[in-house]
Design a protein around this ligand. Structure first.
Ligand SMILES: [Ca+2]
Ligand SMILES: [Ca+2]
Ligand SMILES: [Ca+2]
Length: 144
């Protein structure tokens, strides 16, 4: 009986494992491995990831086109958003590009990530747990 229960629990843990796992890349943010992500870790990790992934011409900034490309659905053949990336991008872009020079610098990215961090930090303790990261990533459709 006990054995059966243990096996059942084991199976549940195994099944639940992938679903409970932090979003891809979240663990990588936790550079000191304490299970929590500080704002500094978040900005450094996510900022670098975003630049690595989306800074197509490697000038250290994201242009509006590069930013729009990041928002595009991955599947080919999707209807492209109207204009340059559609409404959502426009609103988001104007918030991120604080000095309105048409590029998002690392500094601006850090500011944006700080905002995002605050929103994801559900218990406001200044660090993100893997659970908070998961919830936040679920809400954010941008993949940041
Ligand atoms: Ca760029
Ligand atoms: Ca700018
Ligand atoms: Ca927290």
């Amino acid at each position: 009986m006990l054995k059966t229960t243990l096996i059942a629990v084991g199976a549940i843990v195994m099944l639940a494992g992938p679903a409970l796992a932090a979003p891809k890349g979240a663990a990588a943010l936790d550079t000191n491995g304490d299970g929590k992500v500080t704002l500094a870790e978040f900005q450094a990790g996510r900022g670098r990831q975003m630049m690595d992934r989306h800074d197509a011409n490697k000038d250290g900034k994201l242009s509006r086109d590069e930013f729009s490309a990041m928002r595009k659905p991955r599947a080919e053949g999707d209807v492209p958003a109207a204009g340059k990336g559609g409404k959502g991008v426009g609103r988001m872009w104007s918030r991120i590009d604080a000095d309105d020079d048409g590029f998002v610098s690392r500094t601006e990215m850090d500011g944006f990530l700080a905002n995002r961090f605050k929103r994801m930090d559900a218990d406001n303790d200044g660090v993100l747990t893997m659970a908070e990261l998961k919830t936040g990533a679920g809400k954010a459709k941008v993949g940041i």
